[in-house]
Design a protein around this ligand. Structure first.
Ligand SMILES: Cc1cc2nc3c(=O)[nH]c(=O)nc-3n(C[C@H](O)[C@H](O)[C@H](O)COP(=O)(O)O)c2cc1C
Length: 204
């Protein structure tokens, strides 16, 4: 069964390398990852005063993420940190208090940059927020993709053959397995609890 994955890209740039990496991850596990790019460029800035009567763009975003089995963040690093547009989206999804759409959703974080350290700073800032939001996050392979440029992709936007594609392929497989494991274990636990309750009832 294909898992529904919400992809949140932290770049609004038309030719974003992070968007291309996200598309590649979906393409490489197209049979098992049913991916949707969730747009964040139109989200009004988060303002707690609006929680009682949220803008329709917030509601659309929350519903789209809420309907997913897992979340994949693909983001650039801006000034060694998380791009504002992505932080805004995370804040919107996390509220109102107690109704976060990220809660318990398995996730993975990928950062890509032409620079050598592959957005390490942004990656860990996203991770910090996602851990706080109770998302079980894939730990390996880590995905600080350095030296990624337009030249890493062919004319149709697919990754060219080479070490980067090999790593992204591993990532795509690992992310599928991660989402599968989290959902399957929850299902087994729920079945165990149901059996235990039935046994207890039978003994009364
Ligand atoms: C405002 C700004 C800040 C940036 N800061 C960093 C940075 O801290 N580290 C880094 O590796 N690249 C940085 N870059 C370069 C981006 O990694 C590069 O533009 C990348 O292509 C952006 O990702 P995208 O192609 O997905 O839009 C910065 C770019 C911008 C526009």
């Amino acid at each position: 069964m294909a898992h529904k994955i919400a992809i949140i890209v932290g770049s609004l740039r038309e030719g974003s390398i992070n968007r291309k990496v996200a598309r590649s991850i979906c393409g490489l596990r197209g049979d098992n990852l049913d991916c949707s790019m969730i747009e964040i460029g139109d989200l009004p800035l988060y303002n707690q005063d609006l929680d009682a009567n949220p803008p329709p763009q917030w509601t659309r975003f929350r519903e789209q993420v809420g309907a997913a089995d897992g979340v994949l963040f693909c983001s650039p690093e801006y000034n060694r940190g998380i791009p504002g547009v992505l932080k805004n989206a995370i804040d919107i999804g996390s509220r109102p208090y107690g109704q976060s759409v990220f809660d318990k959703k398995p996730g993975a974080i990928v950062t890509a940059s032409p620079g050598a350290i592959g957005g390490f700073g942004a990656n860990h800032q996203i991770r910090q927020a996602a851990v706080f939001l109770n998302m079980p996050l894939m730990q390996q392979p880590e995905a600080y993709l350095g030296h990624v440029t337009d030249d890493s992709f062919d004319d149709s936007g697919c990754l060219k053959e080479g070490p980067l594609k090999e790593l992204v392929t591993k990532l795509a497989h690992a992310f599928h397995d991660w989402v599968e494991m989290i959902h399957r274990s929850r299902q087994l636990l729920a079945e165990d609890s149901a059996h235990a309750a039935a046994r207890e009832k039978a003994h009364v």
